[in-house]
Design a protein around this ligand. Structure first.
Ligand code: COA
Length: 134
């Protein structure tokens, strides 16, 4: 997962220590897409006690596996898990310049509801998206 993060993201990477903590935590779910022993994608989902809105913190598909539905499958799995935890919405942030990911989210019913300046470690802006799971 750390190797995939390093291939896919230039900033705001989830470290090995953070992954270890998330794997042990009841407030995080780590999703992976694997085939033939290879990791092709991952997603990280956060929950807060007493909050009915889950947060999709990260979604990544290995470059060689893109365009084959891995991202859509991880997104669908994240929504099912959030519903299973009685969440009524899933929210996420995406880089303002990341048109491919914005398209994926919009096609799957996410609506843009805000903009956060300088949200990322490298100073890039984020667009805020959410989807009702009801
Ligand atoms: C955004 C991302 C997760 C999408 O993953 P994916 O596995 O390619 O997603 P899907 O295959 O489900 O959907 C990609 C769409 O692009 C199209 N596509 C076709 N060829 C493609 C290619 N070579 N690369 C990317 N997308 C392609 C797909 O057909 C699909 O469109 P459709 O649903 O209209 O058919 C992936 O591009 C990625 O990891 N990007 C870098 C990290 C990132 O931006 N993460 C999200 C922000 S946190």
């Amino acid at each position: 997962m750390v190797a995939l993060e390093e291939r896919v993201f230039d900033s705001d990477l989830v470290s090995r220590a953070q992954y270890r903590r998330h794997l042990d935590s009841s407030s995080a779910v780590v999703l992976v897409a694997t085939a033939t022993g290879h990791l092709f994608g991952s997603a990280l989902l956060f929950f807060r006690s007493n909050a009915r809105v889950a947060r999709l913190y990260s979604l990544a598909t290995a470059p060689e596996a893109r365009g084959r539905g891995v991202g859509a499958a991880l997104l669908g799995a994240a929504e099912r898990i959030a519903r299973g935890r009685r969440c009524h919405a899933l929210r996420l942030e995406v880089r303002a310049a990341n048109a491919a990911a914005q398209r994926l989210y919009e096609r799957h019913g996410y609506r843009r509801h805000g903009h956060r300046q300088g949200f990322y470690e490298d100073g890039a802006d984020a667009l805020l998206y959410a989807k009702s799971l009801r």
